[in-house]
Design a protein around this ligand. Structure first.
Ligand SMILES: CC(C)(COP(=O)(O)OP(=O)(O)OC[C@H]1O[C@@H](n2cnc3c(N)ncnc32)[C@H](O)[C@@H]1OP(=O)(O)O)[C@@H](O)C(=O)NCCC(=O)NCCS
Length: 165
């Protein structure tokens, strides 16, 4: 568990499935995420909660006052780098949650887990995420393929960014 000023980042629990369906079932959130199916069912949520237990993923539910507001994680890629991913439920956007959770997770990853390099990528028209990535201090490293096959038609290459310890 990781605490920031307003948020608790904790492991996903079975009881999160309904909230995941409500928040990730929103295509305006899911369309930007390479690996989120649409429509999003309880089975998809259960499968994700199970998958999130894998140590290689370091996935966290982002909660505030006990309520799920989004998700964040650092997935280990085959090349050894960690890929940052995040989403926030639409009704919770623009409260600074993605920024607060990302800053805290990056701090813990570099300082406590001794992660050497974190990579993040976003679709070229994902203005909110690209602005957040810049605000977090990531450096552009060019257009690269997404590291696992996306579920939806996706550009062959998308903007990638990195931050090192
Ligand atoms: C991208 C996303 C996670 C941002 O979450 P959020 O909690 O609303 O973002 P925050 O409130 O923490 O905003 C932090 C910064 O991000 C940028 N940002 C966030 N939303 C923005 C928007 N709609 N337009 C422009 N910049 C935006 C700004 O730089 C903002 O800082 P500021 O408030 O000082 O301007 C959210 O829009 C989302 O879940 N989108 C769908 C899923 C997604 O795109 N995930 C990332 C895939 S790469």
């Amino acid at each position: 568990m990781i605490r920031s000023a307003r948020l608790l980042l904790r492991a996903y629990e079975s009881a999160d499935a309904q909230s995941l369906v409500a928040l990730l079932g929103d295509f305006e959130v899911a369309r930007w995420l390479a690996r989120v199916p649409h429509p999003y069912t309880i089975d998809d949520a259960d499968a994700w909660i199970e998958l999130s237990k894998s140590e290689a993923r370091r996935s966290f539910a982002i909660t505030r006052d006990g309520a799920l507001v989004g998700g964040i994680g650092l997935g280990r890629r085959p090349d050894g780098a960690y890929e940052l991913g995040y989403w926030i439920g639409r009704r919770f956007h623009r409260n600074g949650y993605a920024e607060e959770a990302s800053r805290k997770l990056l701090q813990v990853a570099f300082a406590d887990w001794r992660v050497a390099r974190v990579v993040v990528s976003a679709l070229p028209d994902n203005a909110p995420s690209l602005a957040l990535i810049a605000k977090l201090g990531f450096r552009p490293i060019g257009l690269q393929p997404f590291y696992v096959p996306p579920l939806r038609p996706w550009p062959a290459v998308i903007p990638h960014f990195e931050q090192t310890r």
